[in-house]
Every structure is written in C-alpha cells, then in structure tokens.
Design a protein around this ligand. Structure first.
Ligand code: FE2
Ligand code: FE2
Length: 279
C-alpha cells in the first residue's frame, strides 16, 4: 500500500462536486414497484428479451469489476478525489447488476451463457485496462451503448418496470459520462503543459483504443440482430450512433483540456507584464 500524504488535498473542485452529486443521487432496486404486472405476454418475446439483455447484464458486471479495480490504481498516484468518485461509480454498477438480475427473475428467463455469446465477452474484455485514461476511453463505448439501449427501452416501453430501470440508469450514466469528461480533460490539461508530444501520442492512442473496442461491438450486436429487430431497434443505426458519440465525446474532452492548458499558459505569461504595469 502506498499513501503519500495523510491529509489529502481534495482540491479538485469539479471532482468533489460530482462526488457529492453522486452521493446525493443514490437509489435502490428495492425502491422500485416489482409487483407491477409484467408488460410482456408472448413467450417468444420473453425468450428474445432474455437473449437481448445478456450484453446489458454482462456489461454491468464487467463495469463493476473494472471500476472497483481502478480504485486502488488511482491511490498509487494519490488521485484521491477520483478514488472518491469511483467508489460511487462502483455502487452504481453494483445496483445495475442487481436490477438486471432481478429483472431476469421477473422475465423467468436466463441470459445466454458465454459459450453461446463469446462476442459479448470479447467486447467487454477489450475495455479492461489498469491505466485510467485507457480504461475511460474504452468504457466510453460501453457506456454510450448502455445509454442508447436504455433510451430505446424507454421509447418502446414494453414493460413499466424496465422503463423505470432505464430512467434511473440514464441518470447514473449521465454522471459516469460527466466524470469521464472531467478526468480526460484534466489529464490533457496537465500533459499538454508538461510534454506536448506525449499529449499528441496519447490522443492518437485513445482514439485507436476506441476504434478497437468499437470493432468488437459490431459482432456482439450482430449476434442479437433478430432480438433487436423484434423490439424495433435498428442495429446499424445504434452501432453508428455509438461510434459517433463516443469519438465525439473523447475529442471534446481532449480539446477542452488543450484549451484550458493554453489559457493557463497565457495567464502565466501575462503575469509578469501585469505586475510591471501595477507598479
Ligand atoms: Fe451500468
Ligand atoms: Fe455505467
């Protein structure tokens, strides 16, 4: 264990703000009205839902696994504010895992086993990384996919409880994406100042990583093409929207970090001149 300081700085204001927001926004599966009648009657559609939700439950468990694993990693670099936030992110993913497990009980169905859905497992495995920036850019693809699927579940509204679950998860996902932005932005703000060439290399690497993870999403969605069609979800449109949004979000965070670094550099170079003018 490495703790460099007993008294943490806790000076990253936005990290602290999103951590407090996450603390105040917690909710529980036991708050939901599980006794509401199931909106799906057809056995065929129940079977299809059982298969379609497989990557969702797999993704929630993979997220719980990887978020929890990053908490000690951030401790090694004394990123205590980020550690704080990730404790709530882990709680969120644990809640999502519980929600979909209970939803499977409600459906009376089981998810596909890994041997019948290796594409989903390969997609999730590609996201795991011990490097926070690398993990955050890979996880952007699965978080955006989850967000799009929850929006679709809300739109088709085939079961009142699934709609409630989607509503709650969308609020959680908005925070996860918010933290992703803050962390990558900060990373680039610092790196551009310290080593601009390393910042350029990291930008290229993170985009390559997003493309690599995204390529594995295609086969996972293909395997569930018929199930998505049964619900009126367009697989091609979903895939295209995910890559556009994930790449756009990553670039926005990087550009914003670069702008902040340039602004700080401009203020620093103006300070001596302002001091002379004040005399
Ligand atoms: Fe989740
Ligand atoms: Fe998430």
């Amino acid at each position: 264990m490495k703790i460099y300081k007993v008294l943490p700085d806790l000076s990253k204001e936005r990290h602290m703000k999103i951590w407090h927001k996450a603390l105040h926004s917690q909710w529980s599966a036991s708050d939901l009205p599980w006794k509401k009648p199931l909106g799906i009657r057809s056995p065929k559609l129940l079977d299809q839902m059982g298969r379609l939700l497989t990557p969702v439950l797999m993704g929630e468990q993979a997220a719980l696994y990887s978020v929890s694993g990053l908490i000690p990693v951030l401790g090694k670099t004394s990123e205590v504010e980020s550690q704080f936030y990730l404790t709530t992110w882990a709680v969120d993913e644990a809640r999502h895992t519980e929600l979909f497990t209970l939803f499977y009980h409600r459906l009376g169905r089981e998810p596909l086993p890994i041997r019948r859905f290796p594409q989903g497992y390969l997609f999730q495995s590609a996201i795991v990384s011990d490097d926070p920036a690398e993990w955050l850019s890979g996880v952007l693809v699965s978080e955006v996919t989850a967000k799009k699927l929850m929006e679709e579940f809300r739109r088709v509204d085939i079961d009142p409880l699934l709609t409630d679950i989607a509503d709650g998860i969308l609020l959680d996902e908005a925070r996860h994406l918010g933290f992703n932005h803050i962390y990558i932005e900060d990373k680039f703000k610092d790196l551009v100042t310290e080593d601009p060439e390393a910042a350029d290399r990291l930008e290229t690497h993170l985009h390559e990583r997003i493309r690599g993870v995204h390529e594995l999403l295609g086969p996972a969605l293909d395997a569930l093409h018929d199930e998505m069609a049964a619900l009126g979800i367009d697989r091609i449109e979903l895939y295209d929207k995910v890559i556009d949004e994930a790449a756009h979000r990553l670039q926005k965070s990087i550009d914003s970090g670069r702008r902040l670094a340039a602004r700080e550099a401009a203020v620093e170079s103006a300070e001596p001149a302002l001091a002379v003018m004040a005399v």
